[in-house]
Design a binder for this molecule. Structure first.
Ligand SMILES: *[C@@H]1O[C@H](CO)[C@@H](O)[C@H](O)[C@H]1NC(C)=O
Ligand SMILES: *[C@@H]1O[C@H](CO)[C@@H](O)[C@H](O)[C@H]1NC(C)=O
Ligand SMILES: *[C@@H]1O[C@H](CO)[C@@H](O)[C@H](O)[C@H]1NC(C)=O
Ligand SMILES: *[C@@H]1O[C@H](CO)[C@@H](O)[C@H](O)[C@H]1NC(C)=O
Ligand SMILES: *[C@@H]1O[C@H](CO)[C@@H](O)[C@H](O)[C@H]1NC(C)=O
Ligand SMILES: *[C@@H]1O[C@H](CO)[C@@H](O)[C@H](O)[C@H]1NC(C)=O
Length: 351
């Protein structure tokens, strides 16, 4: 029987909080997030408290000038991929993680072929009083689809899957178990077999399989430190990683469960991320993957089958459907080459 276990819970990633230089009276830490939809040329800005639990302001443009921000305007002036400046109450800051380069703030950024996102930790004057807005009432500025906002949350919060539990061990098909214990012991199979003692084990879909998209995020390159020059992370600095099916319990075998999925796929590595002097960056792939519910089944012609407990099987979508590359800038967001984390909040449905 193939023993295949993936553990989803592990140590939560500890992110080093940037140490921003404080000045008396300027100690409130905010997280300001800019998003850009490249196809529709639409922008949005959101201002959050430090741990991103309270929304203090939002707008469907590159500026935030309403509510408390009327007295402390926020304005992004960035390119397609989020490189550029953030102006806070008329003081210009470069979008960069190092406060010495950015003039006192710390920003990471993520961009894919369709979107870009900038996330900045900033300190604002204590006198500014913010009230929490209802997140549900925040306007939807553009259809996020498979958005970078979710990827930002994952990069911050999702645990890295332990390497030992993501190896690509695959299938075995049948095994014999049951009353005739002798059959299960190697070397004793020569006993005359009663057909009713022969059990067939396989894995079957439970109901419609309750399919969901649970994409796997994989870092394809080691983090690159641009040092004093511009730099690139492309084909020669990253590698294609084989992503195989996984399951939340020991599966007798891999099954597609009639979804358009495969047992393993290569991520490819044909994507280039470009950094400026002082940047720290890495390439990631968001690989389309379908989760579905299955169970092991032991059957015997002479008895009713035994079903195991239902569990989840994850398989890569055929032809890489629902996948895209993205670039990540910032020490707080890059992990190590080969590290992966699983999205668990994707849409319901097959590939
Ligand atoms: C950012 O600010 C710097 C310095 O003020 C300026 O030279 C540069 O053109 C600005 N970049 C953008 C994209 O506005
Ligand atoms: C914003 O800038 C203006 C003009 O420089 C200044 O008078 C004001 O005190 C600043 N606001 C805050 C909250 O620091
Ligand atoms: C910023 O510069 C100061 C003084 O030069 C230095 O002590 C500090 O380590 C630098 N910070 C970073 C993040 O490089
Ligand atoms: C990116 O945009 C193209 C064209 O609008 C679309 O076909 C594709 O599915 C989008 N990719 C992602 C990952 O959203
Ligand atoms: C991975 O799974 C095995 C069981 O296959 C388990 O014994 C081991 O502790 C797991 N490794 C980690 C790092 O969680
Ligand atoms: C995993 O896949 C790689 C690449 O296809 C292969 O070289 C390796 O042998 C596989 N490992 C296992 C344990 O199947």
């Amino acid at each position: 029987m193939a023993v295949y276990i993936v553990l989803l819970a592990s140590a939560v990633v500890a992110l080093a909080a940037p140490n921003l230089p404080t000045v008396a009276g300027i100690n409130q830490e905010l997280n300001i997030v800019f998003q850009y939809n490249k196809a529709e040329l639409l922008s949005s800005v959101q201002a959050w408290n430090k741990d991103r639990t309270k929304l203090f302001g939002h707008s469907c443009s590159g500026s935030l000038v309403s509510g408390t921000f009327a007295n402390y305007p926020v304005h992004f002036d960035v390119d397609f991929n989020g490189a550029g400046n953030l102006t806070l109450n008329a003081t210009t800051h470069k979008v960069h993680e190092d406060p010495n380069i950015s003039n006192g703030i710390s920003c990471g950024r993520i961009y894919s072929p369709n979107e870009s996102l900038v996330t900045c930790t900033v300190l604002v004057p204590d006198v500014l009083q913010f009230s929490s807005l209802n997140k549900r009432e925040a306007e939807v500025c553009f259809a996020e689809g498979h958005g970078l906002a979710g990827i930002l949350d994952g990069l911050i919060n999702a645990p890295t899957l332990p390497a030992a539990n993501v190896s690509n061990v695959t299938t075995t098909t049948t095994t014999t178990i049951g009353d005739d214990a002798a059959i299960t012991t190697a070397g004793h199979n020569d006993k005359r077999q009663n057909p009713c003692g022969i059990w067939f084990s396989n894995t079957v879909r439970v109901g419609d399989g309750n399919p969901h998209q649970n994409n796997m995020n994989i870092q394809l390159s080691a983090p690159m430190d641009c040092g004093g020059n511009r730099c690139e992370v492309g084909h020669s600095e990253s590698r294609s990683i084989t992503l195989s099916w996984t399951a939340s319990a020991a599966a007798t075998q891999w099954i597609s469960a009639e979804f358009d999925v495969v047992s393993s796929i290569g991520t490819g590595n044909d994507y280039t991320c470009k950094g400026d002097a002082g940047d720290w960056l890495c390439v990631w792939k968001n690989q389309g993957q379908t989760a579905y519910t299955v169970q092991n089944k032991d059957s015997n012609e002479c008895a009713s089958p035994n079903y195991g407990s239902p569990f989840v099987m994850w398989s890569p979508n055929a032809d890489g459907r629902g996948s895209h590359y993205y670039c990540v800038h910032g020490r707080d967001y890059c992990r190590n080459e080969g590290d992966r984390w699983l999205e668990t909040d994707g849409r319901a449905g097959g590939p």
